[in-house]
Write a protein that binds this ligand. Structure first.
Ligand code: ADP
Length: 471
């Protein structure tokens, strides 16, 4: 099968969060299953190297023709098409520009217009989140009369429903969406263009990144005002759990660690803990469990709970290290708290290498998310034998089981209510388990035994593509 995998991020070329991990690793797993998969990505400012220049191509947009360039790169043997349009993409960051609508509207449109230049006609275009979600809508309308495009099917994966890409009608017109799509059944959403909705309405199939989140987004609480639409499409909606790249995240071979280890040499992990403490400036204390967090610092990730419970967590005799960037109000609280609190360290930056060392050197990993489509942090921490403390929502509920509730299969500590007290209670249970010592190593090994590589999920995606082709 020929698949064009379109995303706004793909590790290691460009990564902001989990979407980057997925786009950098799922295509590789699909390739291993024998498929011809190619990634499409904007050529951002941080991407300064490429293999080939395939020349310019025109993008029919804004009522005229705009020139763009197509370059190629690769990620672990998977070909990457880089869409080059310097005035839109040659900037230091991936997102958070005023003209993101135009940037990703252009990207979505270019996914279709680059095909003749690439001479690649995919069976499936796999779109990811709102940044590429206009492509299915354009394919089914503007390109409906073009025979070359008619055999192409589309799948849209929702990685986070909170970000839908809402813009004025002018963007819909500029992108070339025909006026008849401007209805509540089409791309219009309370007077605005909703890119995610456009994708949900027009893609052959839609999925999200965990079975539980696929259910949750059909409810008012998690549906971000699209729950009605998603309920009406429930027969073409599924949840496929994300995996992680076992080559990138591998404690046995991770060159960024002070000490590598495996399930059978788990005691060596203590060296990573000691090295991490040194690196982040936490005092050594044989009795203190080390709690790590690597996360966007946002409401979604449970920062209200973290900030409120932190003093009590430290009173348990635990140490905490946080790595992340995000909303200023939380960053300020964390920074203020870190000053003069010996058991707490905060690094408000993006740092891939430190992230690896936190996953390896911590005893526990904190992920008290308010909602969580899949979550990769807890999956990575399991791989490193670092016991996750999570809230039972979305993919966290699908990957972590509570030890106290299920002593044989449990691989972490889980709480349900979104309150600082419930979070503290789960942390307290975790710390008590750690201190008891009996069963701790077995728990770490059980965490490491979870098989959350892409193998199984990539096969599910292939079945999903096959269903799209048959639709
Ligand atoms: P998100 O909702 O942000 O996509 P996920 O848990 O799915 O959350 O994925 C987050 C990914 O980004 C993980 O690989 C995590 O290690 C990484 N990450 C998040 N913040 C940072 C940071 N400040 N530095 C390094 N890596 C980070």
């Amino acid at each position: 099968m020929k698949i064009l995998f379109a995303a706004a991020e793909a590790y290691p070329l460009a990564k902001v969060g989990g979407l980057g991990d997925v786009a950098g690793s799922l295509p590789k797993a699909l390739k291993a299953l024998g498929h011809d998969v190619r990634i499409a990505l904007p050529r951002y400012g941080m991407i300064r190297e490429w293999a080939e220049d395939l020349g310019s191509f025109s993008v029919r947009i804004g009522g005229g023709e705009e020139e763009a360039r197509l370059r190629t790169s690769s990620i672990d043997g998977v070909p990457v098409y880089l869409v080059e349009k310097p005035e839109l993409f040659d900037r230091p960051k991936v997102y958070e520009y005023e003209d993101d609508g135009r940037r990703f509207g252009f990207f979505s449109k270019s996914l279709l217009d680059l095909l003749p230049r690439a001479d690649f006609w995919p069976d499936v275009i796999h779109c990811n989140d709102w940044h590429s979600a206009l492509a299915p809508a354009l394919l089914r309308t503007l390109y409906a009369g073009d025979e070359r495009y008619r055999p192409i099917h589309t799948v849209l994966t929702i990685h986070n429903l909170q970000h839908q890409g809402l813009f004025g009608r002018d963007l819909a017109d500029w992108a070339g969406l025909p006026p008849e799509t401007w209805t509540p059944e089409g791309v219009e959403f309370y007077g605005q263009l909703n890119c995610m909705k456009a994708g949900i309405v027009h893609a052959d199939l839609v999925n999200t990144v965990s079975p539980t989140y696929a259910q949750e987004i059909q409810t008012e609480e998690f549906g971000c005002r699209l729950d009605g639409l998603l309920r009406s499409r429930s027969s073409k909606l599924s949840g496929i759990l994300n995996g992680i790249d076992y080559d990138v995240w591998n404690p046995a071979k991770d060159a960024l660690l002070a000490q590598t280890y495996t399930k059978s040499t788990i005691e060596k992990k203590a060296k990573d803990k000691a090295a991490l403490r040194k690196e982040v400036g936490l005092p050594s204390d044989a009795n203190a469990p080390l709690l790590g967090m690597v996360s966007r610092i946002t409401e979604q990730k449970g920062l209200d709970l973290v900030v409120a419970a932190l003093p009590d967590v430290l009173k348990l005799g635990a140490q905490v290290v946080v790595l992340g960037t995000g909303e200023k109000k939380y960053e300020d609280r964390l920074a203020a708290f870190a000053t003069g609190t010996p058991g707490f360290a905060a690094f408000l930056k993006y740092d891939e290498a430190l992230a690896h060392r936190i996953y390896a050197g911590s005893d526990f990993f904190l992920m008290p998310s308010k909602f969580e489509p899949c979550g990769l942090g807890q999956i990575i921490s399991l791989r490193y034998g670092t016991v996750p403390i999570v809230r039972a929502t979305g993919g966290l509920a699908d990957t972590v089981a509570d030890v106290d509730r299920d002593p044989k299969k449990g691989n972490g500590f889980v709480f349900s209510e979104y309150t600082p007290e419930a979070f503290l209670d789960a942390t307290q249970r975790g710390v008590a388990f750690f201190r008891k010592k009996r069963g701790w190593k077995a728990l770490q090994r059980r965490a490491m035994s979870a098989n959350l590589s892409w193998k199984a999920s990539a096969k599910q995606y292939v079945r999903w593509y096959e269903r799209a082709l048959a639709s």
